[in-house]
Ligand binder design. Structure first.
Ligand SMILES: Cc1cc2nc3c(=O)[nH]c(=O)nc-3n(C[C@H](O)[C@H](O)[C@H](O)COP(=O)(O)OP(=O)(O)OC[C@H]3O[C@@H](n4cnc5c(N)ncnc54)[C@H](O)[C@@H]3O)c2cc1C
Length: 603
């Protein structure tokens, strides 16, 4: 049986982006928020370090310095109209959250306290600046709780533990979504004037990742399978400090508070690699230098990891804390409570007494569903080269979207602010759209393909197992589509991923039930991840230059004359019912450059 619901707007995802959009769309609009998890378990709640805004509470700061850092951090692939909006509106958005009740850390005189973060500078790159607003190392948790409480206050309607399978599109317009209620296994169709996708990232295509198990990019894959383009998918960020082998994140906040990176010889190698910002250079550069240290045999004990040292004696000896001040163990425990606990629990090491083993971990998707600065989803317009048009009634925000404000590499603390600034703008645009449009009938057969795919999965009795296929995909991505890439590795990855897709057609599930059948949903997630992994690898092979997080050993230089452009990957026409696809088409979209011409990137 299929249950039908009607709303003005449906939002897929209850992380920071979905909730901020819901809050701003809900005035005068009937909004439903669907989430495959209970909202406050969304990954936004795991964000540790902070949210950027040039408040200037600790030292002078300006929005144009911030915009410059974002553009340069993104290796000039950032759309500068979006970066200007981010830099200007970040200030009022942080104040909006403060007024909603978010418990930010305070300076002694009661203002929001700020800390340094990688790539954030004053006076266009001269020295680090304190720009990250924070709540100890639980900033995302506080943002998520604050937004959720305010959504409840505004009577936003939540459908928790509803897994969205597919988008309903008709003639280039959104008509709703198809979801399965996890508790019952029943299918639900949500009919709406507009749909906003805010399903978060998809780091789970990698073996070593900071991302939660839920980050499988389901709606990104659904949009792709429905023929929409994905932008800049070759740019996947690796965060320098993941717990060795586990990938669990140790926030950059550890280095903001004075922590340093050491190679096997005990050398602070970042002094050599980025003389001005050192350990707080942007993540793409730090991860790459780490990779090179390890490859040159300078890992700890010659192995594939390095050390993060946050011992107070080290920080004080080097004067690496902000302003060169002296720190005590008690200061660090107060500022970094969660990550210090994680080191103790997961690594069994007391970071006050010994350095901890770390390695780069797959962290953040810069690419995703292309949107304009109000969250409207874009696709290539037919006829005119490189021109884009809106997909009527379809919006996207947060990590699954590509505004593109992060370009080729996102700066730390710039995702949370992206969720807030563009979540708010897309929520408002969504409400405006709904006010001016009528509810259309559902197209004939809406939801049937998703239902058919579920039945296919439920009845599949093949010999392939989801766990084995997923592990093979993750290993392949980590090995060949990681911090450094090369054509032959990427070709190998594509071949492996295509073989895995073929094997995916022969899976067999052990759980035949309907209620709480999470195995079938994992199978669905894996199908989407395989598609996204393939697009990521193909996009990385397509871009024959190095920029930001995309480093090609066989094309080690940035090539502005050929590649100062966004890529759009689109699947060749074919049936949406089958997850097994082959051909990918590439288009281009110009980068918006307003204030800052591309320069050599040095830190
Ligand atoms: C460990 C960690 C630390 C981080 N620290 C920082 C930081 O300090 N500062 C910073 O700026 N950024 C940080 N980031 C990045 C930032 O937290 C994320 O990019 C951001 O929170 C993503 O928010 P979102 O709203 O787009 O998605 P999420 O918060 O990931 O939420 C996704 C939502 O989509 C729902 N969903 C997904 N698929 C489906 C489906 N099929 N059906 C229904 N619902 C679905 C989920 O239930 C969830 O509610 C960090 C990331 C990680 C992993």
């Amino acid at each position: 049986m299929t249950v039908e619901h009607t709303f003005d707007a449906v939002i897929v995802g209850a992380g920071g982006a979905g909730l901020m959009a819901a809050l701003h769309a809900s005035q005068g609009t009937r909004v439903a928020v669907l989430s495959k998890m209970y909202p406050t378990r969304s990954h936004t709640g795991a964000a540790q370090g902070g949210v950027a805004a040039p408040l200037g509470n600790m030292e002078e700061d300006r929005w144009d310095w911030y915009m410059y850092d974002t553009v340069k951090g993104g290796d000039y692939l950032v759309d500068q109209d979006a970066a200007e909006i981010l830099a200007r509106e970040s200030v009022e958005t942080v104040f909006e959250l403060e007024h909603m009740g978010l418990p930010f850390d305070r300076t002694p005189d009661g203002r929001i306290e700020q800390r340094r973060f990688g790539g954030h500078t004053r006076e266009f790159g001269k020295s680090p600046v304190m720009r990250a607003c924070k709540s100890a190392d639980r900033t995302g948790h506080m943002i998520l709780q604050t937004l959720f409480q305010n959504c409840i206050r505004r009577d936003v309607r939540f459908f928790d533990e509803f897994f969205v399978l597919d988008l309903i599109l008709e003639g280039g317009a959104a008509r709703g979504v198809v979801a399965v209620e996890i508790k019952t296994g029943e299918l639900h169709i949500f009919r709406a004037k507009a749909v906003l996708l805010a399903c978060g990232g998809f780091g789970r295509m990698y073996a070593v990742t900071s991302n939660a198990h839920s980050l499988t990019g389901d709606a990104v894959a659904a949009a792709y399978r429905r023929g929409l383009p994905l932008e800049d998918m070759e740019f996947f960020q690796f965060h320098p400090t993941g717990i060795y082998k586990m990938g669990i994140l140790l926030s950059e906040a550890a280095r903001s508070e004075g922590g340093i990176l050491l190679n096997g010889a005990g050398e602070r190698f970042m002094e050599r690699c980025a003389p001005t910002l050192k350990d707080l250079a942007p993540r793409d550069m730090v991860s790459r230098f780490m990779f090179q240290e390890i490859r040159a045999g300078r890992g700890v004990g010659g192995k594939d990891y390095l050390h993060l040292d946050i011992r107070p004696e080290t920080i004080n000896r080097l004067g690496s804390a902000p302003g060169g001040r002296a720190v005590t163990a008690a200061d660090l425990e107060a500022k970094l409570p969660d990550i210090i606990e994680m080191m103790r629990i997961y690594q069994g090491i007391d970071p006050m007494k010994a350095p901890v083993p770390i390695q780069p971990t797959a962290h953040y998707a810069m690419g995703g569903i292309p949107t304009d600065c109000d969250g409207r989803v874009l696709r290539a317009a037919s006829g005119a080269a490189q021109a884009m048009e809106n997909v009527h009634g379809l919006f996207a925000a947060g990590e699954c979207a590509c505004v593109s404000v992060h370009g080729a590499n996102r700066l730390g603390t710039n995702s949370l602010v992206d969720l807030l600034v563009f979540g708010r703008r897309s929520g408002r645009a969504l409400a405006e759209f709904c006010a001016g449009s009528a509810l259309e009938a559902l197209p004939a057969g809406a939801g049937q393909e998703a239902a058919g795919e579920l039945i296919r999965l439920r009845e599949s009795r093949g010999s392939e197992r989801i766990g084995a296929l997923r592990a093979a995909m993750q290993r392949c991505m980590t090995e060949h589509v990681g911090v450094q890439r090369i054509a032959r590795g990427l070709e190998k990855a594509l071949q492996t991923l295509r073989e895995l897709k073929a094997r995916y057609g022969k899976i067999g599930l052990a759980d035949l039930g309907r209620k709480w059948n999470t195995e079938i949903l994992e199978a669905y997630e894996l199908g989407g991840l395989l598609d996204l992994a393939e697009v990521t690898a193909a996009s990385a092979l397509h871009r024959t230059e190095s920029r930001g997080a995309h480093f090609r050993e066989d094309h080690p230089r940035r090539d502005d004359s050929n590649w100062l452009t966004h890529t759009l990957a689109r699947r060749k026409e074919g049936s949406c019912a089958s997850l097994v696809t082959d051909g990918i088409l590439f288009d281009r979209r110009p980068v918006v450059i307003t204030r800052f011409a591309p320069e050599v990137r040095e830190y």
